[in-house]
Write a protein that binds this ligand. Structure first.
Ligand SMILES: [Zn+2]
Length: 131
């Protein structure tokens, strides 16, 4: 991304530069991190619930999520780059976004939450197979 000539190193000017740089990001560049936070939160719920039931089940779910996330994150990175992020900012945004999985893991510790997640999962899988 090219900085405008008025972006210098002064503190006040850096605030304007940051706003300018954030506004230069295309809309889909903001949609990916927002959607990805919800997505990673759901992964955290799934991993927390599966580990709470059985360690082998949790490891299996972790491997499945890891394999699924490999190509998913590469695609997200490509979208962020096309939207105007630098490689460093795209990696930083993806890392920060992935931390929402820990919120899901911590919420899945309660037994009430685990039961609701299992009920929701069974309902979604049932809908998937009936449609
Ligand atoms: Zn995923």
């Amino acid at each position: 991304m090219i900085r405008p000539s008025w972006c210098t190193q002064s503190l006040l000017n850096n605030c304007y530069c940051l706003v300018f740089l954030l506004l230069a990001i295309k809309a889909k560049g903001w949609m990916v991190p927002i959607g990805e936070r919800i997505h990673n939160f759901a992964h955290g719920l799934a991993l927390g619930v599966t580990f709470s039931q059985d360690v082998i089940l949790g490891v299996t779910a972790t491997i499945a999520v890891g394999l699924h996330e490999l190509h998913h994150e590469l695609g997200d990175h490509a979208i962020l780059i096309q939207s105007g992020f630098t490689h460093y900012k795209a990696l930083t945004f993806n890392f920060i976004t992935s931390l929402t999985a820990f919120i899901g893991i911590s919420l899945s510790a309660s037994e009430v939450c685990q039961q609701r997640i299992f009920a929701l999962t069974i309902g979604i899988v049932s809908l998937y197979f009936t449609c």
